[in-house]
Design a protein around this ligand. Structure first.
Ligand code: 5GP
Length: 113
């Protein structure tokens, strides 16, 4: 099922894009929960982490590497950051297009609520 993120990928809906390549797109979250809050998404429509298969291993590795690179570029790598992938209702997932949250720029609480 296409989501709002498919429309961001196609350019139908604008987003503050910080990085993209053939496989992934990264853009600023519309409701940031930290001074830096980026969403890194695969261009392929995958609903949740439960839908990942072995064929997605390189893609997910790439997603994480891109997140770490963006953290470097935005100057939060040294201080630290958090990568979060919410899955389904109990995980707090709202958009059913797989995505990685990159959060940083402040001290983040643990455990999450
Ligand atoms: P989830 O709760 O599914 O892990 O995270 C979805 C995230 O997408 C939320 O942090 C929400 O603020 C963000 N989001 C939802 N709609 C839009 C949108 O249209 N544009 C952008 N840039 N972010 C969005």
């Amino acid at each position: 099922m296409p989501t709002i993120f498919s429309k961001i990928i196609s350019g139908e809906i604008p987003a503050d894009i910080v990085y993209q390549d053939e496989q992934v797109l990264a853009f600023r979250d519309i409701a940031p929960q930290a001074p830096t809050h980026i969403l890194i998404i695969p261009k392929e429509e995958i609903a949740t982490a439960n839908d990942l298969t072995e064929q997605h291993e390189p893609l997910i590795g790439h997603l994480v590497l891109v997140a770490a690179r963006i953290a470097q570029q935005l100057g939060i790598a040294q201080g630290g950051y958090r990568l979060v992938m919410n899955c389904n209702r109990d995980g707090g997932q709202e958009v059913y297009h797989l995505h990685l949250h990159l959060l940083g720029g402040r001290k983040l609480a643990w455990p999450p609520g």
